[in-house]
Ligand binder design. Structure first.
Ligand code: PMP
Length: 359
C-alpha cells in the first residue's frame, strides 16, 4: 500500500479513482470516454453543471456569485485579480504569510500600487498575523489573503475582519472545500484543483458578479472575468477531464456529508500527527500552535541528516512525498481531503517507530 503525502498534485479519494477508471473508456454508455467528449456535448454539459451545483451546495453561495472553471492555475489569478480590480489611483492591501502570498504581491506590483499591511516574514512565516481594526485602509481596492500556506504549514483559523467597503479576496489553493467557511464573506475565492478538488489543470474561481462587472475595461478577453461568466466557463475549450474529475471529487465530498463532515475528519487526521509531534521534542512543529494547518503538517527532526533518513525510510515503507518544500526543508505531510485516516495512522506509526530507532 502506498500513501501519497505530496503537496499537489495529491491523493484523490480511492472511490473517485475507481469510478473514473470504470467510466474512462465508455462514459454512461455513450460509446466513448469523457476525455474524448466535446465540451459542447450533452454529457459534458451535465458534468460541468454538476460540478458547479456541488460547489454551490457545499459553499452555500447564492446566485449573486459566479462559479468559474479556468486555466492557468492559481498563479494566473495572481495577475488577473489586479488586472481586473486594481485601478491606477487605488492601492490593494495584501497579507504576506509565505512564498505564495509573496508571489501574489509580486504580480500585483506589476499592475499597480500594493501595500503589504501585515506579514510574518520576520518570524519565518511561522504564524498568521493579527489584523487589528485599522490595519486595512477603508479605501483599499481589496484585501488579499492566503487562507492556507502550503509551504510553512499555517492556516487562518477564522475569516479576518475587514471594513465592509473593502472586498475580501482569498487564495484557497490548499484548503478549499476542506472546512465550512462563511463563503459569502469573500468577494473572490480561487484555488487550483490539484490539492483538495482533483487533478491539476483547472482553477476554481468563485466571484461576486457585481464585483466582476466593475472590473477594468479593455482587458484581453481570456483575462477578463466577465468573459468567463458570460460564456459559462465555455468561452474557449475548458479542461474537460479535470472538470469531470472535480465533479466526481465534489460528489464524493457531498456523499461524505459535506464540509462539516470532511472538516471533522481533517481535524482528527491533523490532530493525530500534531499529537505525535508534541510528544517529547524529537519532532518539532514548524508552525506556532495557534496557526497550525490541518492540510500541511510541517516539522523538523533534530538534524538534516535525520530528516533525509526519515524521508528515505518512509518512502521504503510506502509513505511517499514527505520531503518539505525545497525553500524551507524539513518534513511536510500534506493531508488534504483525499488522504484517508488509514494513511495518517500509517504515518504516525512510522513516526513513532523512527523516533524509537533513533534512540
Ligand atoms: N497558492 C498556493 C497557496 C499554493 O499552494 C500554490 C501551489 N502549490 C499556488 C498558489 C500556485 O498554484 P498553481 O501551481 O496552480 O499556479
Amino acid at each position: 500500500m502506498t500513501y501519497n503525502f505530496n503537496a499537489g498534485p495529491a491523493t484523490i479519494p480511492a472511490t473517485v479513482m475507481e469510478r473514473a477508471r470504470g467510466e474512462f473508456i465508455d462514459y454512461a454508455n455513450c460509446g466513448y470516454g469523457i476525455i474524448e467528449a466535446s465540451h459542447r456535448s450533452a454529457e459534458f454539459e451535465e458534468i460541468i453543471a454538476r460540478a458547479e451545483g456541488n460547489v454551490r451546495e457545499l459553499t452555500g453561495i447564492g446566485d449573486d456569485f459566479a462559479v468559474l472553471f479556468l486555466q492557468g492555475g492559481a498563479s494566473t489569478q495572481f495577475a488577473m485579480i489586479p488586472m481586473n480590480f486594481l485601478p491606477p489611483d487605488r492601492t490593494a492591501a495584501y497579507v504576506d504569510t509565505g512564498l505564495w502570498s509573496g508571489k501574489a504581491v509580486k504580480e500585483a506590483r506589476k499592475i499597480g500600487h500594493v501595500a503589504v499591511v501585515a506579514g510574518t516574514a520576520d518570524a519565518d512565516y511561522d504564524h498568521i498575523p493579527e489584523l487589528p481594526a485599522g490595519t486595512v485602509a477603508t479605501d483599499a481596492a481589496y484585501l488579499h489573503i492566503t487562507t492556507n500556506n502550503t509551504i510553512c504549514g499555517t492556516q487562518y483559523q477564522a475569516v479576518p475582519e475587514v471594513p465592509d467597503c473593502v472586498p475580501l479576496f482569498a487564495d484557497m489553493s490548499s484548503d478549499i472545500l476542506s472546512r465550512p467557511l462563511p463563503f459569502e464573506s469573500f468577494d473572490l475565492v480561487y484555488a487550483g484543483a490539484q490539492k483538495n478538488l482533483g487533478p491539476s489543470g483547472v482553477t476554481l474561481v468563485i466571484v461576486c458578479r457585481d464585483l466582476a462587472e466593475s472590473g477594468a475595461a479593455n482587458l484581453p478577453s481570456m483575462l477578463d472575468y466577465r468573459t468567463h461568466i458570460k460564456g459559462d466557463s465555455l468561452y474557449n475549450t475548458p479542461p474537460t477531464f479535470a472538470i469531470y474529475m472535480m465533479a466526481l471529487v465534489t460528489d464524493w465530498i457531498c456523499e461524505q456529508g459535506g464540509l462539516s463532515a470532511v472538516a471533522e475528519v481533517n481535524r482528527r487526521k491533523a490532530a493525530d500527527i500534531y499529537g505525535c509531534i508534541d510528544h517529547d521534542g524529537f519532532y518539532r512543529g514548524r508552525a506556532r500552535t495557534d496557526s497550525r494547518s490541518a492540510m500541511n503538517v510541517c516539522f523538523n527532526l533534530p538534524t538534516a541528516a535525520q530528516e533525509a533518513a526519515f524521508v528515505e525510510a518512509a518512502a521504503a515503507s510506502g509513505l511517499i512525498g514527505l520531503k518539505g518544500h525545497r525553500s524551507v526543508g524539513g518534513i511536510r505531510a500534506s493531508i488534504y481531503n483525499g488522504m484517508p485516516p488509514a494513511g495518517v495512522n500509517a504515518l504516525v506509526d512510522f513516526m513513532q517507530e523512527f523516533r524509537r530507532s533513533q534512540g
